[in-house]
Ligand binder design. Structure first.
Ligand code: KIV
Ligand code: ZN
Length: 516
């Protein structure tokens, strides 16, 4: 009988490459919240950010590395000493740390971005890895745009990096250009040329999803010798995103038969759904309903034939047991007659470990919701609790909302917001009720905000479903996301807007909140 024998290291870059996509930026507390969940998932390495980006980024990574102790915490740097020093500072408190240095190697990047020839690139890489080696035992080197780099030069630069002290070599498909067979062949070629790769030196891959092939390319690399994959929760990241962690992990679990040397990861798959929802909520990056593993429909069966099959034997139409990714088997749960005990048990099952006081608040909100809708589903409870436990202070609170519109009447809204015990009132008309609400809010806030994205979806099904609104606001050249839920979509829209505003305020508080 075969046994698991080749560990695939999961390097999660949700907090670095994932956070790099527009509007996904996280506050330091949010980074910590995500990092804690990544620790629960048991990923091996957390790339917590790019310290040279700002002092705030250094502070956030320090916060993460103070509380997250099991995974290796990694910081990214360009091949310059000041970036490496920023990583040193950011990882001061980390129990286990890694420096990740990168430098573009492809001809197009050398000629047009860096204006450097191959010998200069080699020198820069070796010099900075040696510099990093003074402070870090664990160093990862990424030749950026490796998949478009001439093979001979790639072998040369990787060999030199290993000699200079790199302990992991990461091969990025930076622009998502590679095809699975081709990328697998590249990995096999590198292993053939530098046999230490995948053995004494970790061989990693980092695939982008521009052609929708990031996961396929990562898996092909594993089949050809890579023993680390870089990925993000929900596949968020630059442009079309990065390889999705949950897809890689669940493919390795589900199709063990296709990975000849019994590859395995140490990821606790039951934490996947929670991680997905948390990342989606905090980044404002909505997960498409048909997304593999974590999409709302990933385990739903609409057609009668499928439902019949599932009832006879789950495996007829399900290749993964939903429980394995942390979904509770049952969907329909509580109603207005459910008691506190049942509610508390459901919270525990959903992985919310709340204090007695928090449960009291959540239970009251649950009862209010149960008064409005007949059945309260797991997703409703998750939305309700996630909103409640959000760490963003409610600088602005909605206290009153009244809207009107009609086929012949102009949509109007009246809004009352509370801040520090004082209530501010405004009314406005708009193109629609939501627009009228937002205009009224802007009158109160006197902040320069632009709504750049608005989306609405139902959290659960049925005519009394909870609506979830996601918005992105542009404030001082930065996109900030917000999410709100309610059985009333106008109220959900206002809550989402205020959530984003409160995020902006909470960040301003640290640097001084502008008076209104
Ligand atoms: O996509 C890329 O090449 C990167 C590197 C920094 C690894 O993100
Ligand atoms: Zn990347």
């Amino acid at each position: 009988m075969s046994t698991n024998n080749r560990k695939i290291y999961i390097f999660d870059t949700t907090l670095r490459d994932g956070e790099q996509c527009p509007g996904a930026s996280l506050t330091p507390d949010e980074k910590v919240e995500v990092a804690k969940q990544l620790e629960r998932l048991n990923v091996d390495i957390i790339e917590a950010g790019f310290p040279a980006a700002s002092p705030g980024e250094i502070e956030a990574i320090q916060k993460v590395s103070k509380v997250v102790r099991t995974p290796i915490i990694c910081g990214l740097a360009r091949m310059v000493e000041k970036d490496i020093d920023a990583v040193r500072q950011a990882l001061r408190f980390a129990k286990r740390k890694r420096l990740h240095v990168f430098l573009a190697t492809s001809k197009i990047h050398r000629d047009f971005k860096l204006h450097k020839d191959t010998s200069e690139i080699l020198k820069l890489a070796v010099r900075n890895i040696r510099y990093g080696k003074k402070f870090f035992d664990d160093i990862e080197f990424s030749p950026e745009d490796a998949s478009r780099t001439e093979r001979d030069f790639l072998v040369e630069v990787v060999g030199a990096a290993v000699e200079a002290g790199a302990t992991t070599v990461n091969i990025p498909d930076t622009v998502g250009y590679a095809l699975p067979t081709e990328f697998g062949q590249l990995i096999a070629y590198l292993v053939e040329q530098i046999p230490a790769l995948g053995k004494t030196v970790n061989l990693s891959v980092h695939c982008h999803n521009d052609l929708g092939l990031a996961v396929a390319n990562s898996l092909s690399a594993i089949q050809n010798g890579a023993n680390q994959v870089e990925c993000t929760v929900n596949g968020i990241g630059e442009r079309a995103g990065n390889a999705a962690m949950e897809e890689i992990v669940m493919t390795l679990n589900t199709r063990k038969d296709n990975f000849s040397d019994n590859c395995y990861t140490d990821v606790k798959t039951k934490e996947i759904t929670k991680a997905s929802r948390l990342v989606s909520r905090l980044t404002g990056m909505v997960v498409q309903p048909n997304k593999a593993i974590v999409g709302r429909n990933a385990f739903s069966h609409e057609s009668g034939i499928h439902q019949d099959g599932i009832l006879k034997l789950r495996q007829t139409y399900e290749i993964i047991d939903p429980k394995d990714v942390g979904l509770s088997g049952s969907q329909l749960i509580l109603g207005k007659h459910s008691g506190r005990h049942a509610f508390r048990e459901r919270l525990e099952k959903l992985n919310f470990h709340l204090s007695v006081k928090q449960i009291d608040v959540a239970f009251k909100r649950f009862k209010d919701l149960a008064d409005q809708k007949k059945y309260v589903f797991d997703q409703d409870i998750e939305a309700l609790v996630e909103e409640q436990i959000s760490k963003i202070p409610e600088t602005w609170q909605l206290v009153y909302l009244n809207t009107s519109s009609g086929t012949k009447a102009k949509p109007k809204a009246e809004i009352h917001l509370k801040r520090q015990k004082k209530v501010y009132k405004a009314s406005s008309s708009g193109d629609g009720q939501v627009d009228a609400c937002y205009k009224a809010i802007e009158k109160i806030l006197k902040m320069k905000l632009k709504l750049v994205d608005y989306s609405i979806q139902s959290v659960t099904s049925g005519k009394d479903a909870v609506g979830e609104v996601n918005v992105k606001l542009l404030h001082q050249n930065r996109e900030v996301s917000g999410r709100g839920t309610s059985t009333d979509v106008i109220e959900a829209s206002v809550k989402a807007y205020l959530f984003a505003v409160n995020k902006i305020c909470s960040q301003q508080i640290r640097t001084k909140l502008a008076p209104v």
